[in-house]
Design a protein around this ligand. Structure first.
Ligand SMILES: Cc1cn([C@H]2C[C@H](O)[C@@H](COP(=O)(O)OP(=O)(O)O[C@H]3O[C@H](C)C(=O)[C@H](O)[C@H]3O)O2)c(=O)[nH]c1=O
Length: 178
């Protein structure tokens, strides 16, 4: 059993292909426990983002509602980003970025203590999110995708962005509530 990872992990699914098409495992509790998945699946969500260049995030839930997520790209491609927001972490405010795509069969495991966001690299992107904690609106919080303290190099000009995501305070303004 591999050692649980301390941070985000890129996960690649292996489709079984035959003349009919393909079959792939999206989530395996046993396999993900080995990289740190913390417990039962609490919720599975699906998002569709129409325009290339759109940004969603960066979102997290405040403790004690912090959640791990498996972010699975099932259509198109995204640059997926996870920001370390763990108090006392030597890599706090640093991020990892990975391209996820349906074609490559890639997903990102985002542990508790990380804010998550993405930019679409194609039109009509669909993501599946597997969450380890239920959605708790009162615990919802976020970081600005363009916060200078994070230094995230988004590859494209930002297309669609929600008012909520655009209005998160900067970290220097006290914007981090983890
Ligand atoms: C997560 C969630 C949301 N909602 C409602 C709340 C809003 O009225 C609406 C859209 O939510 P939100 O604007 O947070 O959706 P996104 O901006 O796509 O956020 C998602 O993308 C970013 C990158 C993430 O990492 C979040 O986990 C994920 O929620 O669905 C629900 O009713 N249930 C839920 O579980």
């Amino acid at each position: 059993m591999p050692q649980a990872a301390a941070g985000p992990v890129l996960v690649r699914r292996s489709p079984h292909r035959d003349a009919r098409g393909a079959f792939a495992r999206i989530f395996c509790a046993e396999a993900l426990a080995g990289i740190g998945w913390p417990g039962p699946v609490a919720q599975i969500n699906h998002s569709l983002t129409a325009r290339r260049g759109s940004v969603r995030g960066l979102h997290y839930q405040k403790p004690p509602h912090a959640e791990a997520k498996l972010v699975v790209c099932i259509r198109g491609a995204v640059l997926d980003v996870a920001v370390d927001i763990r108090p006392g972490s030597p890599t706090r405010h640093r991020h990892v970025a990975a391209e996820l795509s349906a074609e490559a069969g890639t997903a990102l495991y985002v542990p508790e203590g990380f804010a998550h966001g993405f930019q679409t690299l194609t039109d009509d992107v669909e993501l599946i999110y597997v969450h380890s904690a239920p959605y708790t609106p009162a615990a919802e919080a976020g970081l600005r995708h363009d916060d200078p303290a994070l230094g995230i190099a988004w590859p494209l000009a930002v297309a669609d962005l929600s008012e909520r995501d655009a209005s998160f305070p900067l970290i220097e303004q006290g914007g981090l509530q983890a």
